[in-house]
Design a binder for this molecule. Structure first.
Ligand SMILES: [Zn+2]
Length: 455
């Protein structure tokens, strides 16, 4: 089965602060209709706390009725949970469940917000006065898929040389998933019920379930609670399959070989995709190692998050996908996972870098890590030090060191070469701004030998 996700960085997402905009980068409507109140007709009724529809004449009513049901691809303003109107794009529509009703509800993407806030809305939430004249979906789709194809083509060219039919099928599928409606709304995992954020390509027979029940140890998923209860009585796993390579206090890290534990690897990807946006690519899980971080107690080892890593990476990627599960976010686990990936690289005697592209949050986390590690060394170091030496000490790729130090304006160009200029006071200021490092990796508790292909 070709299946996995290349996705870096969605580590410490925050539900209450939608910041990133639409990924496909399609332009918002011409004429700046974002500013909804810009003198083009009455204010939307619902902007007031007491909804009072402006009087409508027959012609208006007819015009509006003729728009319905709205087409997929329509751009319109929609009342969000902040009671304000925001631009959305209709991704999908469905008939209301009540048999008598002819009304539709609409699955919308708020173009100003992260895709995790996509949701089903009722017609009343949409301001039909703001419906934009027909968007040429086909043209737009082409643009989006071209953008993806470039990235994907590169990836696939590197790993699969079979030809291009596959690429086309894959990019079609990718586009489909990119625009897809969130299918599973919640998952039960151990003692948590977790609201999901994004679409994940579960097998079709699971698509009619709003909730899935996961065995928290082997990650088998089921549609019904009773199935899970039956499963738990016979499942004898109490931790991820694979080797425990790190234990410190109640924290353990397990290394799972995707080839030896294919089903586990696939299940982990299905689960992870529910919380990771963009960049859905298909890979063999065989090619990856999964590093699963757990909090352990007398009931077993409970997954907190994980990162995946290609067994062989010519680009010296030391991390492909990284995720901290929502109940465990903002506790320093994401930083721990990043630090851990570099400790593995040090043991391998290689430099490493996360797979690109990084999400904005991912880049922020990495910048913080690189800044802390590099500036700690610069503070203690006496005399000259080169980028190469820094790279040897930290396993951070030279390019990442250079861009980090340049970003902090610590690099100067003198007599034909780059020189690191580090005033202790400036270093302290940057270190403070980079924040704390989260949970520390206690290197002496890492018992691990780098992966070698068994012949
Ligand atoms: Zn199980």
């Amino acid at each position: 089965m070709r299946f996995s996700f290349e996705c870096s960085g969605e580590i410490m997402g925050s539900l209450e602060a939608p910041t990133s905009t639409e990924n496909g980068g399609s332009n918002p409507s011409p004429g700046g209709s974002r500013n909804h109140t810009a003198g083009d007709g009455p204010l939307p009724a619902a902007a007031n706390s007491t909804p009072a529809q402006p009087p409508e004449n027959d012609a208006t009513r007819k015009r509006k009725a003729s728009m319905l049901p709205l087409e997929v691809g329509t751009r319109v303003m929609c009342r969000w949970r902040d009671a304000k109107f925001h631009p959305v794009k209709v991704i999908e529509r469905r008939k209301m469940p009540t048999p008598a009703s002819n009304d539709y509800e609409y699955y919308v993407h708020y173009t100003e917000f992260n895709r995790r806030l996509d949701e089903w809305v009722k017609l009343e939430q949409l301001d039909l006065d703001s419906v934009e004249t027909v968007v040429d979906e086909k043209v737009e789709d082409k643009v989006t898929s071209l953008k993806m194809t470039r990235h994907q083509k590169r990836k696939i060219d590197e790993t699969h040389v079979e030809g291009h039919e596959e690429l086309d099928a894959a990019s079609l599928r990718e586009h489909e998933e990119f625009t897809k409606v969130k299918n599973i709304a919640t998952v039960e995992l151990g003692r948590y019920e977790i609201e999901t954020w994004y679409f994940s390509p579960f097998p079709p027979e699971y698509n009619d379930s709003l909730k899935l029940y996961f065995c928290e140890f082997c990650l088998t998923f089921m549609k019904r609670k009773e199935q899970l209860q039956r499963h738990m009585r016979k499942c004898d796993l109490k931790h991820p399959p694979g080797d425990e390579i790190y234990r410190s206090g109640t924290l353990s890290m397990f290394e799972v070989d995707g080839k030896k534990n294919k089903v586990y690897g696939q299940n982990l990807c299905y689960l992870a995709k529910l919380f990771l946006d963009h960049k859905t690519l298909y890979y063999d899980v065989d090619l990856f190692l999964f590093y699963v971080l757990c909090e352990c107690d007398d009931r077993g080892c409970h997954m907190v998050g994980y990162f995946s890593k290609e067994k062989h990476s010519e680009e010296s990627y030391n991390l492909a996908c990284i995720l901290t599960l929502p109940p465990y976010q903002r506790k320093g686990y994401g930083k721990f996972l990043i630090a851990f990936s570099y400790e593995l690289s040090k043991k391998e005697g290689k430099v490493g870098t996360p797979e690109r592209p990084l999400s904005d949050l991912g880049l922020l986390s990495y910048r913080g890590y690189w800044t802390r590690v590099l500036l700690d060394i610069l503070k203690k170091h006496k005399g000259n030090i080169s980028i190469k030496e820094l790279s040897d000490m930290t396993a951070i790729k030279a390019e990442d060191i250079l861009s980090t130090l340049q970003g902090l304006e610590l690099i100067q160009y003198r007599k034909g070469q780059h020189v690191i200029c580090a005033d202790p006071k400036v270093l302290d200021r940057h270190l403070k701004a980079a924040g704390r490092g989260g949970l520390e990796v206690d290197v002496c508790k890492l018992i691990w030998t780098p992966y070698k292909e068994q012949s």
